[in-house]
Design a protein. Sequence first.
Length: 321
Amino acid sequence: MDVHAAVVHSFDAPPRYEPFDLPAPADEDQEVVDVLAVGLHPRVRTGASGRHYTSTGKLPMVPGVDGVGRRADGRLVYFVADDELSGSMATRTVIDSRRTVPLPDGVDVVKIAAAMNPAMSSWVALRRRVPLAAGQSVLILGATGNAGQMAVQVAKRLGAGRVVGAGRDRDRLAALSGIGADATVALTADAEATAAELAKEAAEVDLVIDYLWGKPAGDAIMALLRARADRSRALNWIQIGSMAGPTLELPSVALRSANFRLQGNGQGAVSTRAYLEELPSLVDEIERGGIEVTAAPVPLAEVESAWNAPELPGVRTVLVS
């Protein structure tokens, strides 16, 4: 079988496009698909560097956590890669048919590949981890990243009454009002001013979607709890990403002096089955334009240069075969 793939030989170097021996399907639940489009997500980069918490450390490896493929009968599917199988960044790959969602003919495969992974984090968090009640308010910490921008839209689509976006990039913050944000907060080097602005705009939110962690999250937690009118009213903090650092310092008083619930959303925190059950509705939402995405298609053969190229703000690179 003629297969080329993006192959990682070292965690310190980008993958190279080269011939790849694709294993045969091991049972009736597995099948080979032609891969049409794969998103180059931050999750893919951390996995290919060996830094993701699911990494086994085994090399060589083919990265990729999801994609759009064409089955032998011509039908299109969105698939989530199985950790036990080769990744999706290849001209062909083996998938678990139970981890797929059928796609309609004529679907924009690049858009689906670009949007599903980043949108899935907030979609599952607000439907499965802490189900969002109609009219509740949400703070998106890290709203100027791709996933954060989609989280603003997802929260609105799922019925949030008020959405506050917080991030560093002022230009991208200004654009959030056009996709559903009711207020924004600039995260600046001035910790005191930032805390005051968070207290003003977000002290009474019901949920926080956190893509940052690190010091910005620790500061934001204390700013919100100190300003909250009723500390016994639940504040659900859903930790998803760690763009600002893997750890934070949190005073124990934060957990004793308020009804503050801290939990994560990711592989392990939510079952694979629960994730898969949410995929069809998310595909529908993306396909009909309820969640906007800007994608930049790049040939899979150019994966090495694409890997090293900086992404434009708000744009997701998609590798296409």
